[in-house]
Design a protein around this ligand. Structure first.
Ligand SMILES: [Cu+2]
Length: 275
């Protein structure tokens, strides 16, 4: 019996170490990004492993959270949203950590057009690898169907710029985007892709144990693609729901607090079944 328990314990440890090798993903989550009209938007900012409701990480606070709003030929407008965030605790089946949440009020997203939400977190120290991580994250939403600046770079230190309207994707569409560092295309960037297979519960601020995907092998949990010579990535979307893309270590900052820093660019898109 005791031997069995030790074996189980070993298995749990191995599992924990293995799963930490999978992709860390900054998430900026709101249930809907194609809105009929401006409405109060619940948002959560969580640093985790979304494909497995894996371990939670402390993102080191939020440095910036804002929207770049634009429609047609109008001048882009920056809307600061950081003041709407409060620190919360986010709980996954086996782990919890500080996260952020709040409601963006209707008055900030009242106008028709595109809102490119940008979140720049603080720094997370990954002890096992001895490196800091900072994942600058975008999610693009639309109000009223009139398009705007979804394909325009924000001008972030590093970012993924979609080449297909990111809030109106069908399941089976090909997601195409360009990976930029300081505005220039990054050739050969390693981009990790994960599916949000545990749907966030905004009432309890948690990811549930239940997954909508059965992974046939660990290799399927995080998919990896590389950008081409001009920084473009393409990815066929096999399932409705949220897909995250993280271009690793492409940002201009390579050091933080005397240690190596991986400055990553993340984007989340949502695909919908054609009915
Ligand atoms: Cu992690």
């Amino acid at each position: 019996m005791k031997k069995r328990f030790i074996m189980l314990l070993t298995a749990v440890c191995v599992l924990t170490v293995v799963s930490s090798a999978f992709a860390h993903f900054m998430m900026v989550y709101t249930p809907e990004i194609a809105l009929e009209q401006g409405e109060d938007m619940d948002v959560r900012i969580v640093f985790t492993h979304p494909a497995e409701a894996g371990h939670m990480m402390d993102m080191g606070g939020v440095e910036e959270f804002y929207a770049m709003f634009q429609r047609g030929d109008s001048e882009p407008k920056k809307i600061d949203l950081k003041g709407y965030l409060k620190q919360i605790e986010w709980t996954n089946p086996h782990s919890k950590a500080p996260a952020f949440g709040g409601v963006i009020p209707r008055k900030e997203v009242r106008s028709m057009g595109d809102y490119v939400l940008v979140m720049k977190p603080g720094y997370y120290f990954e002890k096992e690898e001895g490196v800091y991580m900072q994942q600058i994250t975008k999610v693009i939403m639309n109000v009223g169907g009139v398009p705007g600046n979804w394909a325009a770079p924000v001008g972030l230190p590093c970012e993924i710029v979609p080449m297909i309207k990111p809030y109106s994707l069908w399941t089976g569409n090909v997601f195409k985007a360009q990976v930029l560092s300081e505005g220039k295309p990054v050739a050969g960037a390693e981009v990790e892709v994960e599916y949000l297979s545990h749907m966030p519960d905004l009432k309890t601020n948690s990811l549930p144990e239940a997954s909508s995907v059965t992974y046939p092998h660990d290799a399927f949990v995080t998919q990896t693609i590389f950008s081409d010579d001009n920084g473009y990535i393409t990815f066929g979307i096999p399932k409705a729901g949220w897909w995250g893309f993280a271009a690793l270590g492409i940002g201009p900052d390579t050091q933080h607090d005397g240690k190596e820093l991986s400055q990553d660019a993340v984007i989340w898109v949502k695909a919908v079944d054609m009915k």
